[in-house]
Design a protein around this ligand. Structure first.
Ligand code: NAD
Length: 433
């Protein structure tokens, strides 16, 4: 069978120039961190690449996977597992680096790591239907294949989770079910976060935490701009874990959501989308397509005039070529790195505010920290306590950035300066640089 990736597909020889690399260099100059020390902060501590020979429906499919353990100066390596067709090791590396910065900015005692599993379920489904007697639908196939892949992934990397070296959580393409599979192997509630309701050590409020944080960051921005939620409009890309919960909280607060897209298509309603109805549709069908007659593409979504554009899907979607036509006044990075470095420059020149990823989407890791410590013997939180903890976390992050923003830094620069200074100080204290 031809499905799967070769090592060459997965690993490029040198890390390409990345947004975080460029921005960290500038931040290090501002903080007077020497280049050789920055180098040790930018590079990961270790990288594990693993080919997974996965038996799916009686066939062995080889899947490339990797775990990047970026930095554990401030606590155990922490970061989600991403399963997507375009995963490669350098992307996983940059996402792990963002986790190091995000945990530092949010003040939790965790480090940064990330897992990437490169798999194209649609292509695999089409191939399996051709090569085997399987004639089930896509959703059924994805469920079976995902479980088989996670079983193999956990068999290889379970020791990292069980020893709390690296504590995984959900990211794109992964959710509570996959975290349960890890728990079933380790039998240790502290070995994984993002466990669904009812699993030993689960945290009420965890599944909506990232979306709640995005929403709260937006609310703080509105307050700062003296705008009432009811007077604001928003458009979202992505309606998975992060996008759907962000939309639900915004809708509940009275923000008019005029458009939402996902990988299947989009829904557009200038008078506001009925978000609970969209949630029900996506739960039933698995995607947005078919929800409304009025549709729009992802590129149309980016051009739509609105107050807030919330990319909550994949990275690099707003770049040098399309940033000039972005119709929103503010971009909220619910996804990791949805705006490229070139895109940022264009947005800045147009006076469009950017609420950066390591701040905007930190709600998940803020309560993952609680979930981890609760499993180690801490007190059980209620949902209200978890959401209050997120608000406190955001207030603290905001206060740490405020003096820098007052001195003229963008929010992106301020967030990186705070995070980099903290990581640098701890690495110095621990004689790691
Ligand atoms: P998810 O898999 O639950 O949902 C992803 C959504 O994006 C789906 O609606 C999918 O249809 C859509 N999508 C995928 N490819 C697309 C494309 N090419 N065009 C348009 N839409 C597309 O993922 P998630 O957990 O919601 O994560 C979304 C983003 O948020 C990712 O960048 C992730 O790294 C980031 N993030 C997630 C968490 C978390 O707690 N899950 C925490 C921090 C950051």
């Amino acid at each position: 069978m031809k499905i799967g990736n070769t090592l060459e597909d997965y690993v490029r020889s040198r890390e390409p120039e990345t947004r975080s690399g460029v921005l960290l260099e500038r931040s290090a100059k501002r903080l007077r961190i020497p280049a050789h020390e920055l180098h040790e902060i930018v590079k990961p501590f270790s990288v594990h690449i693993q080919r997974l020979p996965v038996p799916i429906l009686g066939r062995v499919v080889n899947i490339m996977s990797g775990i990047v353990l970026h930095n554990r100066a401030r606590g155990p390596y922490k970061g989600g597992i991403r399963m997507a067709p375009d995963v490669d090791l350098w992307e996983t590396t940059e996402l792990a680096r963002l986790m190091t910065l995000k945990t530092a900015l949010s003040g939790v005692e965790l480090g940064g790591g990330k897992s990437g599993i490169s798999v194209d379920f649609r292509a695999l489904h089409a191939q399996m239907r051709k090569d085997t007697r399987f004639n089930g639908g896509y959703r059924e196939f994805e469920r079976i294949a995902k479980a088989d892949i996670m079983a193999e992934f956990t068999a290889h990397f379970g020791w990292l989770f069980a020893q709390h070296v690296y504590i995984p959580a959900p990211d794109m393409g992964c959710g509570g079910n996959e975290m349960v599979q890890i728990y079933n192997v380790t039998r240790d509630p502290a070995s994984v976060t993002g466990k669904p309701d009812g699993i030993e050590g689960w945290l009420p409020g965890r599944k909506e935490a990232t979306g709640y944080g995005v929403f709260y960051a937006m609310l703080k921005h509105m307050t700062q701009q003296d705008r009432a939620p009811g007077d604001c409009t928003a458009a979202l890309q992505g309606f998975g874990n992060v996008g759907s919960h962000t939309a639900e909280f915004l809708h509940h607060e009275g923000v008019r959501i005029v458009a939402v897209t996902d990988v299947s298509g989009g829904a557009y309603a200038p008078d506001g989308i009925d978000i609970p109805a969209l949630v029900a549709h996506v739960q039933d069908k698995g995607h947005i397509k078919g929800f409304r007659k009025k549709t729009l593409t992802n590129e149309e979504l980016f051009r739509l005039p609105c107050d807030y554009l919330v990319p909550a899907a994949c990275g690099h979607v707003i770049h040098g070529k399309n940033a000039g036509t972005v119709g929103a006044k503010v971009i909220v990075e619910a996804a990791n790195m949805p705006v490229t470095f070139d895109g940022m420059k264009v947005l800045e020149s147009r006076g469009i505010d950017l609420i950066p990823d390591i701040y905007a989407n930190a709600g998940g890791v803020i309560v993952s920290d609680v979930e981890y410590r609760q499993a180690l013997g801490g007190a059980k939180f209620t949902r209200e306590m978890a959401l209050a903890h997120i608000r406190e976390g955001f207030d603290a992050m905001y206060e740490s950035m405020r003096p820098l923003v007052k001195r003229g830094r963008t929010m992106t620069e301020a967030s990186l300066d705070v995070a980099l200074r903290r990581v640098h100080q701890t690495m110095k204290l621990r004689s790691l640089i």
